[in-house]
Design a protein around this ligand. Structure first.
Ligand code: SF4
Ligand code: SF4
Length: 358
């Protein structure tokens, strides 16, 4: 007699994605012939069977109310047989089987949701921001607010395809930078070591904080008869990782924190391969609610890129071709000693602890 082995039900991990595919996508899975952009924000994928699947891409603000999500779903139910997808840059892609539904859908996306349609081809893809206040305990700025102000400024470059190549922009609300590599990245920088509130320090947090510091700048210390920590300030590079482990290690400073802009990051392996971004300018005020200095600096980079890049060149590829000297000339950003990466002490300062980082 054979018995069927019972396995414990799984309640974690991503569900099987194929059951969520649009019917045309499921039918033609792996059998696509070509795809093309019909106009800014509208794509078509044509299958070997002759089926065509249309995509309308809209920029979302990432952080949305339940009410807004319901409106998005209602539009998808009406035109897309209930199917849409979110890209990693928080674009919403509505999937349509009928070409005649494209214009009515775009009208509803604009009129009901107020979202712009675009972000395809040589344009600005939806500007992304990191999780920020809603999900993280580290933010030193309101990344979502800075992105809203920036998208208002860059709207025409999102809804038109008029750049040399696609440009990906991100905003990170701390120096840990979970926004990742982007053509243009806006990152908050701290400029002082964390301040320790010894009275609130919990014993359980001590090993976590010691282990997380990438330059081994944190060590245990007895303070007024209690176990606590100290920071070796000469080693600290103000990254804020310790603050993520323990709220008693406060690193945010409304007066000292500033924003910096980095350029030339790329995750894709197309043409020139992936690349790390590099510092363009720093010391921009953390200036809500519109961060005008940040928008001005981003526009300066984009104007120089539009004027100097060849078709298909990403921002980093353009800079590599013309050289960093020329980049600083055409953008007008001052080149300073802080742009030179001359750090040579990794062997003696980087944390070589074998403790597991949490
Ligand atoms: S960038 Fe920093 S503060 Fe912002 S969500 Fe990521 S880890 Fe948190
Ligand atoms: S984790 Fe970062 S901010 Fe904290 S002490 Fe170490 S280097 Fe400084």
């Amino acid at each position: 007699m054979t018995t069927t082995k019972k396995t414990a039900p799984r309640d974690n991990g991503a569900p099987e994605f194929k059951k969520f595919l649009h019917p045309l996508m499921a039918k033609n899975y792996g059998k696509w012939k070509y795809h093309e952009r019909l106009r800014p924000g509208v794509l078509v994928h044509v299958a070997e069977s002759g089926d065509a699947l249309y995509t309308v891409r809209a920029g979302s603000p990432r952080t949305m109310s339940v009410d807004t999500v319901r409106k998005i779903c209602t539009i998808a139910d009406k035109y897309c047989q209930g199917h849409l997808r979110f890209t990693s840059r928080c674009n919403i892609e509505f999937l349509l089987a009928r070409e005649e539904d494209i214009d009515p859908l775009i009208r509803e996306v604009r009129d009901i949701l107020g979202f712009p349609v675009g972000g395809t081809g040589p344009s600005i893809s939806n500007v992304i921001h990191t999780q920020g206040w809603l999900h993280c305990n580290l933010p030193g700025t309101d990344a979502a607010g800075a992105v809203k102000a920036l998208m208002d400024t860059l709207y025409e470059d999102f809804v038109n395809e008029r750049l040399p190549q696609r440009v990906k922009i991100s905003t990170s609300c701390c120096q840990i930078n979970c926004g990742g590599q982007s053509d243009i990245a806006i990152n908050l920088q701290h400029h002082k070591p964390p301040k320790i509130d010894h009275g609130k320090m919990q014993i359980c947090e001590l090993p976590k904080v010691v282990a997380i510091c990438p330059v081994a700048a944190v060590r245990p210390r007895r303070v007024e008869g209690r176990d606590s920590l100290e920071v070796i300030e000469e080693k600290c590079m103000y990254c804020g990782a310790c603050h993520g482990q323990c709220p008693s290690m406060e690193i945010r400073d409304a007066e000292a924190d500033t924003l910096s802009i980095w350029v030339g990051g790329k995750s894709a392996s197309t043409r020139s391969g992936p690349s790390f971004m590099k510092l363009a300018t720093y010391g921009l005020p953390n200036n809500p609610p519109r961060w005008p200095e940040v928008s001005e600096a981003v526009c300066r980079i984009l104007d120089a890129y539009k004027a100097g890049a060849k078709p298909y060149e990403r921002v980093g590829e353009w800079i590599d071709r013309v050289g960093w000297k020329r980049f600083f000339e055409v953008t007008g950003f001052p080149f300073t000693k802080y742009h030179i990466d001359n750090y040579r002490f990794a062997r003696t300062t980087f944390n070589t602890s074998s403790q597991v980082r949490l």
